[in-house]
Design a protein around this ligand. Structure first.
Ligand code: SF4
Length: 253
């Protein structure tokens, strides 16, 4: 049954919540989020980024009733589907896949061939943003893998924010973590990760828009090559595009 959606807190309430959670471990933040918002809490997992795998491992030991969903664009790597299946078996849960309302063939019929080469924002809107909106429909809060160390535009993200694009609370348990902490957690805890990371793919999305990068290059330089686009549109307010703000792996990017 759909849950009652969250009322929008005031800015002062959000700041007080974030301040109270600052310095807590990601697990403590996740436990708080589960107490506060479940049922009605969702975790988007792309099976394509290390932060997402850390959060999946944590949430599975805290509250397995939290819905974990992924955006099945129809264009994911075989390695990504394989990781999904490995995780489903390891943690004994069923990831909920949300797909576009149109098939790839229907997309060709309506918008022409290889839309991702001509208008990737529209392609992401059809295959990621709209399904993500459906996945969050009726939810009160969602968990994101955003971190402050990922870019200048993320340096000031709060642990608890209002997501004006999808109209619900966004919780960032890894806000204060670094890339190094993420990988240390993965290796120390035997958390499964996408095997493409070992083949120079630091950031993994759709097959059409993801290339390996050279050592030392910007980890996201392999995404949407040939475009200024840096983001799939999930973490930017309505009215902005994927060219406006950097995005991280954690949410089906
Ligand atoms: S990442 Fe590329 S193929 Fe995937 S939805 Fe966006 S534009 Fe389309």
């Amino acid at each position: 049954m759909p849950q009652e959606t969250a009322a929008k807190p005031t800015e002062a309430e959000l700041q007080a919540l974030s301040a109270a959670l600052e310095g807590k471990t990601p697990q403590e933040i996740l436990r708080w989020a589960a107490r506060e918002y479940q049922p009605g809490l969702a975790r988007a997992c792309s099976f394509g980024g290390p932060s997402g795998m850390v959060l999946l491992d944590m949430i599975m030991s805290i509250d397995k009733t939290v819905e974990v969903f992924y955006l099945d664009t129809d264009f994911l790597f075989p390695e990504t589907y394989r990781l999904r299946d490995v995780c489903a078996a390891k943690y004994d849960f069923t990831p909920a896949g949300y797909m576009s309302l149109i098939t790839p063939l229907q997309q060709v019929a309506q918008y022409g061939d290889a839309l991702w080469l001509r208008d990737p924002d529209l392609c992401c809107q059809l295959r990621k943003v709209e399904p993500n909106r459906r996945a969050l429909d009726g939810k009160r809060a969602w968990i994101s893998g955003l971190r402050r160390d990922q870019s200048a535009s993320r340096a000031d993200i709060q642990i608890v924010e209002w997501d004006s694009k999808f109209d619900l609370i966004k919780v960032n348990p890894l806000a204060a973590w670094t890339e190094s902490q993420v990988w240390t957690y993965i290796l120390d805890n035997g958390v499964p990760y996408n095997e493409l990371h070992d083949q120079n793919y630091p950031s993994i999305g759709c097959t059409h828009c993801t290339k390996p990068v050279n050592p030392g290059d910007d980890p996201r330089s392999g995404r949407w090559q040939g475009f200024d686009k840096v983001e799939c549109g999930l973490h930017v307010p309505d009215g902005q595009t994927g060219y406006d703000r950097l995005h991280e792996d954690g949410v089906g990017a």
